[in-house]
Design a protein around this ligand. Structure first.
Ligand code: 26Q
Length: 797
């Protein structure tokens, strides 16, 4: 539905009046946000209803993306953009003396995810709707999102993120679509109606209540649904929960998002969460299939339904679908298994052993007795099917139940028809190293789907100026057909365009500099190199390597060796229990303190660690970045996605040949990226031969020694203990992340960056090539590949 400026103004006034009894002039920004979002809801509501009707009518296959995390950020501006209202509303607000950005700032960030995995899930939702597919999200409506990060004396402090406090304006609670999820008790199988039927003794049910969030497609008229589940006490069982404390125990189920990124912790509540949203999601799918689509043959399920398992967290979907088919719909085991494998597909997001989920058998038996029975049976049949055909060691390494644990990745792989990695290198490592034995068993299941990003958010919303420049140079079509962005290369020698690229970057940097001043009190020079590393704090991502570079620059400046002005900007949360990561934050903050207050270096180097990195902050930082730090230990970063966002905004990447950096390098060519460090074979050589001796490197390299020694020689005395922790970690024999091994090569890459910076015209040319080729990482195309190769979807008419 389109809207004129005058219509919009009238609607806004009406909403302000009916909701708050105020007029535009007296409305607060919060009231304006609320009214504006309500006008928008009215705008897309008909599309949402019609999409549902169309879906049922056309009966096309739908994907259900099961993810324990969704990280959409804020939705006001993206809904405005996708509905086609952005320009009208911006200009109407301007007429009224208002500014959209100020109003949009009132929206709480939906931080229902840790990082890349959750953000990818949100991007896929947007892309499905924007390219014309029916796709549904299935997840958890956490009462508290990822913690808010503050720094106190340089230390990270975590505060609850009460994002729902001010009401979520987009969600719709659908009580009538609630389902019950059963936990605990005991199960006996009894013969009934010629069928082995489970008889439950004890245990308890929790009511899963769905909250639907609309996913507005870009100019498609399609509005899909992201369904997030909340836990309540079933009305019939209220008597069993007489105290407030009892009630709270139930509500706790969806209370918090676990803040561990890329690491596994076997907590009971986490297991409960996983089963809760998986069971609720599958029950609601089957209800839709039978009631709305009026299907009664479960054998046709794979023609209508694809369930995607985003990492192992929803892997119990395999067992739960088996339970529903066998116990509730009385399908023979073998038939049910065929259906399940055809319906399920799985994405792996990591090769790191510490991130591989496994659950204790006793824990699972107590919480989910029937699911444990089913997993045991899947495992038993798996073992039988391979006995005598492959080596016993292969069976032992790949079976689901082993050493008292349930291996969730094994369950996901064995129960899915597709297993994909998220960048070519990552998929290759899965096939040849981490999941080698599975690859040999099921080569046809393995495939790669390189990650992507929502260019709409990272260009159109976050960087309107650069978007306009693209309009002027390649025409507006790039907004729907990103391949058109490649035409920007025709302007490679266009002095005017190159100048504009630099001007836009400078304006964005000025804006960020103001934000930095306001939030930290520190003055930074917008003409300096803005050198950005934004991602979760993790040893493998090597914020430490950046830190060593900073110390080296500082030493140089103190010794009269000149460098171009540089502002290093970090954004990173550490998992609360990850002490090493927290130590890194403390050291960076104290190093920053010393450097930022040392008048002798004349402000040539500034180090800014911005608090509370989230999607909203990313939208401020990314358009202002000159340099993108993608410096993980090669083989450890499955893909990375901040690398793609920064590239799209014209930052030049300094990178190891890891994850999707490899593909970025291929896309832009060696001249437009700064590659350094060990390659994958060299890394695996160290790992296999166990002969990495960082202390020898340290002893024979004076510069390295001086740099590393600064961590313990009193230079940064407020982080003496934490500095020692880092120092010891770098020098440990066979140190896993190979920080010192890449130090020299990293300095070389940084030197090249400085040399290139002096030629601003050629810098702009490199930026231009990066912007143009970022279209390769458009999530719309990623989703199209999933839809075709894995899910078998057709677009809505
Ligand atoms: C598991 C168990 C208990 C608690 C928490 C977790 C948990 C939570 C989050 C485990 C892993 C995650 C997140 C992982 C993640 O974000 N991985 C990233 O996925 C991106 C999208 O594919 C990739 O680009 C990144 O390379 C990868 O690190």
């Amino acid at each position: 539905m389109q809207i004129t400026k005058e219509e919009f103004k009238k609607e806004l006034e009406q909403k302000l009046d009916s909701q708050f009894a105020v007029d535009v002039e007296h409305a607060s920004l919060g009231e304006l946000y609320s009214a504006l979002s309500n006008v928008l809801r009215d705008g897309y509501a008909p599309n949402w209803r019609e999409t549902r009707i169309k879906e049922a009518h056309e009966g096309k296959k739908q994907v259900y993306y099961f993810s324990i995390e969704f990280l959409p950020g804020t939705l006001l501006r993206s809904n405005l953009l996708n509905l086609g209202w952005m320009d009208t509303v911006k200009s109407a607000l301007k007429d009224l003396g208002l500014n959209l950005d100020d109003i949009a700032a009132k929206e709480p960030d939906m931080a229902l995810g840790n990082g890349g995995l959750g953000r990818l899930a949100a991007a896929f939702m947007d892309s499905l709707a924007s390219t014309g597919y029916v796709g549904n999200g299935n997840g958890i409506r956490y009462k508290y999102g990822l913690f808010k990060q503050k720094f106190v004396n340089g230390y990270q402090v975590e505060l609850p993120n009460d994002w729902l406090q001010k009401h979520n304006h987009w969600e719709v609670m659908r009580d009538n679509k609630s389902v019950l999820v059963h936990f605990g008790g005991q199960v006996n199988l009894v013969q009934k109606d010629n069928w082995m039927t489970p008889e439950y003794n004890g245990g308890y049910s929790i009511k899963a209540v769905p909250y639907d969030i609309p996913v507005v497609g870009y100019h498609t008229g399609i509005v899909n649904t992201m369904r997030l589940w909340d836990a309540e006490i079933p009305e019939s069982e209220e008597i069993n929960y007489p105290t407030i404390d009892d009630r709270r125990k139930v509500e706790d189920l969806t209370s918090i998002l676990y803040p561990d990124d890329s690491s596994y912790s076997g907590r009971l509540l986490r297991l409960k969460q996983e089963y809760f949203f998986v069971s609720a999601g599958l029950q609601s799918i089957l209800r839709y299939y039978t009631k709305d689509l009026k299907q009664n043959d479960m054998h046709n399920l794979p023609k209508y339904v694809a369930v995607h398992i985003n990492d192992t967290h929803p892997a119990m979907a395999v067992a739960e679908l088996m339970r529903l088919l066998v116990d509730e719909y009385h399908i023979d085991w073998d038939e049910a298994w065929k259906i399940t494998v055809q319906v399920m597909s799985y994405t792996n997001h990591t090769i790191m052993a510490e991130a591989m989920e496994k659950w204790d058998i006793n824990m699972m038996t107590q919480l989910l007795p029937r699911i444990m029975q089913i997993i045991t049976e899947i495992d038993r049949r798996y073992v039988i099917s391979l006995t005598g055909k492959v080596a016993e060691s292969v069976i032992n390494d790949t079976r689901i139940v082993n050493n008292g644990n349930v291996q969730m990745a094994h369950l996901a792989i064995i129960g899915s028809h597709s297993v994909n990695g998220v960048a070519p290198l990552h998929t290759h490592l899965l096939e040849t190293e981490v999941l080698k034995e599975f690859y040999e068993l099921y080569p046809e299941r393995f495939n790669n789907k390189t990650n992507g990003i929502t260019l709409r958010r990272w260009l159109q919303i976050a960087n309107p100026k650069l978007s306009k420049l693209l309009d002027q140079t390649v025409g507006r079509d790039w907004r729907t057909d990103s391949a058109k962005m490649l035409l920007l290369q025709d302007s490679y020698k266009n002095a005017k365009v190159l100048k504009q690229i630099n001007e836009i970057k400078l304006e964005n940097k000025e804006k960020l500099a103001k934000f930095i001043k306001k939030t930290t009190g520190i003055t930074v020079d917008p003409t300096a190199i803005f050198d950005v590393q934004i991602k979760r704090l993790h040893a493998y991502k090597r914020q430490t390597l950046k830190l060593l570079h900073i110390i080296k620059l500082y030493h140089d400046l103190k010794n009269g060796i000149d460098h171009p002005k540089r502002v290093v900007i970090f954004g990173a949360k550490a998992a609360p229990s990850y002490t090493y990561a927290k130590d890194v934050i403390k050291v960076i903050n104290e190093v920053a303190n010393v450097i930022n207050n040392d008048a002798s270096i004349h402000g040539k180097l500034k180090v800014i660690f911005l608090e509370n990195y989230d999607v909203t902050l990313a939208e401020k930082i990314i358009p202002a970045a000159d340099v993108s730090e993608q410096i993980s230990t090669t083989t450890k970063e499955a893909s990375g996605t901040s690398n793609m966002k920064l590239m799209a905004n014209g930052a030049l990447t300094v990178a190891t040949m890891d994850g999707a950096n490899v593909d970025i390098a291929k896309a832009v060519g060696q001249d437009n990226i700064f590659i350094f460090g060990l390659n994958k074979d060299q890394v695996y050589d160290y790992y296999n031969k166990h002969d990495y001796k960082p202390r020898d490197m340290y002893n024979s390299d004076q510069v390295m020694k001086e740099t590393v020694d600064a961590l313990i020689d009193g230079s940064f005395s407020k982080a003496a203990n934490e500095g020692r922790v880092l120092y010891d970690s770098f020098l440990q024999e066979n140190e896993e992340f190979l920080v010192l091994a890449d130090f020299e090569s990293y300095l070389q890459a940084q030197k090249k960056i400085e040399e290139n910076w002096h030629d601003q015209r050629s810098w702009a040319q490199k930026a231009l090539v990066n912007i143009a080729h970022s279209e390769e990482f458009n999530a719309d195309n990623t989703v199209a590949r999933y839809a075709k190769d894995i899910w078998g979807l057709k677009k809505l008419n």
